[in-house]
Ligand binder design. Structure first.
Ligand code: DGL
Length: 265
């Protein structure tokens, strides 16, 4: 038994799509969330800079006494997974491997990946896809305009649909039957992705597989929360709360209690 919270983090609002899945699959667990909204997006930054920021986030979460770290950001997994595992003595769960496992299992022809430039250029997906036994062709496309659209709350707009169409159509030319939303922000644009792909592909949101891995890890290590009082989640962000509030509300229909915490100053 371990009643401490799980640390969940992202460059901004994207990790909320993973938090939502944790609330659904592990309703008795408590989370402490950190979104580095002041420095988002991460996906257009150098991998080394992402690692510097990530270490600051993990140190902060460690000071909040979390029992495990869920890297709810593909770009951070791509840039900093090994460094996190090396420096923090607790279970560390990333979003990329579970997504690769699901794609390797499902696809009969080719897999497409929409992700940030940092994730695509790192080659982390191709490496992990091979590691889990994926033999299918793998096609990736960096989608730099999508995170700003989501951080600005412009889901459902003409602009969002046009940008998604541009990227998804490029992948569809490779006859993919499976599409990984390889950035935790992108599930906010799932309706646009579904419209554009017209049911032709199986869409993978890494949040589900990641949360299953988290659940198995906590059970295996006997680290589940056994407290019967309702969980109390904490949300920290580093930037302005107006946009975060808006995006949070689109997912949870409520406004959270958010604390502002600046890092690296
Ligand atoms: N949500 C993040 C990811 O999964 C990154 C978004 C960004 O800051 O560029 O890659």
């Amino acid at each position: 038994m371990d009643n401490r919270p799980i640390g969940v983090f992202d460059s901004g609002v994207g990790g909320l799509t993973v938090a939502k899945e944790i609330f659904a699959q592990l309703p008795n667990e408590e989370i402490t969330y950190f979104g580095d909204t002041f420095r988002a997006p991460y996906g257009s930054r150098d991998l080394s800079e992402i690692t510097v920021f990530t270490m600051q986030i993990c140190e902060f979460l460690e000071s909040q006494n979390v029992k495990a770290l869920v890297i709810a950001c593909n770009s951070i997994v791509a840039a900093s997974y090994d460094e996190i595992v090396k420096n923090f003595k607790m279970p560390v769960i990333g979003v990329i491997e579970p997504a690769c496992q699901e794609a390797a299992k499902y696809s009969k022809s080719a897999v497409g990946l929409m992700a940030t430039a940092a994730t695509v250029n790192s080659g982390a997906y191709e490496r992990l896809f091979e590691k889990v036994g994926g033999k299918q062709a793998f096609h990736s496309i960096p989608c730099p305009s999508l995170v700003p659209i989501i951080e600005d709350g412009k889901m459902g707009s003409e602009e969002a649909l046009n940008e998604v169409r541009k990227y998804a159509n490029e992948l569809l030319t490779h006859n993919i039957d499976t599409l990984i939303l390889g950035c935790t922000h992108y599930p906010f644009l799932r309706p646009e992705v579904e419209t554009v792909t017209e049911g032709k592909v199986y869409i993978i949101d890494p949040a589900q597989g990641t949360t299953r891995t988290l659940a198995q890890t906590l059970a295996m290590l006997n680290m589940e929360r056994k407290e019967t009082s309702p969980p109390e989640h904490k949300f920290f962000i580093s930037g302005d709360r107006t946009k975060f509030d808006f995006v949070y509300k689109t997912l949870f229909s409520t406004t959270p209690d958010i604390m502002i915490h600046k890092l690296g100053e």
